[in-house]
Design a protein around this ligand. Sequence first.
Ligand code: ADP
Length: 160
Amino acid sequence: MNIAVYPGTFDPFTNGHKDLVQRASSNIFDKIYVCVVEKSNKDTLFTSAERIELAKKSLNGVENVDVVGFNGLLVDYAKILNASVILRGLRVVSDFEYEFQMSSMNKKLNQNIESIFLTPSESYAFLSSSLVKEIAKLGGDVTPFVSNDVKQALKKKFKQ
Ligand code: ADP
């Protein structure tokens, strides 16, 4: 089995994330675990339980994918899940430096786990969770960028 972990904050899960998972699961991997970082060092809008729930709902119907929450070292968690690949997305040049640093460090921590990067479909190249939150906060329409569940959850958050 060719298993990959796809780690991230997913605050919240977007259509860009989904696109990456779908392409990776249909063309490359037998199984993908979307690994939601529970204790993120970023200030998150959604709780870890909400981020997991929204990722699950957004991926409803996509085969060979599971959503799990995790804390601690990703390479250790990947090993527990029998995954040999860390999947990440590379949108713009500014993603590169951080991703390069992370993959080099993960390689040092476990030489048997490779990082693989996919570029997004053209229509999602500009899309990020932060932008989606900003648009929702300002009352803009996020329909093209997220699932209906995420859209409703954003509406609720910004009403509070
Ligand atoms: P993190 O906090 O770890 O960067 P994110 O939830 O922001 O978590 O992103 C998780 C992964 O998904 C990252 O590898 C990121 O580059 C990728 N990603 C985010 N948005 C998109 C998108 N629109 N298209 C492709 N990949 C994306």
